[in-house]
Design a binder for this molecule. Sequence first.
Ligand SMILES: C[S@@+](CC[C@H](N)C(=O)[O-])C[C@H]1O[C@@H](n2cnc3c(N)ncnc32)[C@H](O)[C@@H]1O
Length: 282
Amino acid sequence: MNDTLIIENERLEIQLLLEAIYLKYGHDFRSYAFTHTKRRLEHRRSIEGFKNFSEMQHRVIYDEAFFNSLLLDLSINVTEMFRDPWFYKRIRDVVLPHLKTYPYAKVWHAGCSAGQEVYSMCILLEEEGMDDRVQVYATDFNELILQKAKDGIYPMDLVRDYTANYQKAGGLRSFSDYYSADYDNVIMKRSLKDHVLFSSHNLVTDGVFGEMNVIFCRNVLIYFNKELQNRVLQLFWDSLCPGGFLCLGSKESLRFSSVADKFDVVSEREKIYRKKRSPSTL
Ligand SMILES: C[S@@+](CC[C@H](N)C(=O)[O-])C[C@H]1O[C@@H](n2cnc3c(N)ncnc32)[C@H](O)[C@@H]1O
């Protein structure tokens, strides 16, 4: 078999595997960026010693526990507290002053992973005296990781980095005010999640999410292909109220997307955008 044929056959096997996952479990990875998906599947294939992806497909269909480990491979949950501190500084300086003018606001963290992004925002809201009038929604499609977000328990050895990020982000207190130590872990202060609702939501298969004032979706779109990115960005546009803010990750941008002209750029470096109010963009 020549190289081109091998690559084509492998692509076909991966497509069939993703189709099987979708039909059996309802998780739709068919429009994720192919190179990324292939790399993650390859990782699992070599750990488990499967000869090819067709063998893996059989296991996925008959073994739900195996599917769950594959789901973890495919979802990439890397995150941290105050990730890209300059981003949070900008949120404090530019976005929160707008929210302060509203009697009540809604914030959605889509693809929140284990919750560090959510707790970072809750800390900002508390420091700005806004926690009582902001409802935060934290969603992810991975139930296991969502449970970690709800628990808000993180390894102690990460706290040094989290503290440094918090300080760079312009934190007003000591980061240790927000957790209690428990052996090798820290437990985030309970009151931080008083106004957070954690729930399962899949950006590919689920619909619009309320009338949001701010949406965070950071380091999630990079895993989608262009068409899916545009579809999800349209979902965000539909879920935002006029003048609402969309905050993306450092490697993501609205530039070249199908919704680019429906948003104003607030800060290109920090990837903060604002839904236009003008009726001509509706
Ligand atoms: C790299 S983490 C980003 C976490 C956090 N937003 C940050 O920037 O630190 C990507 C998250 O997106 C979630 N995700 C991937 N595909 C998703 C989908 N279709 N719907 C909802 N969440 C998804 C993954 O489970 C993972 O927790």
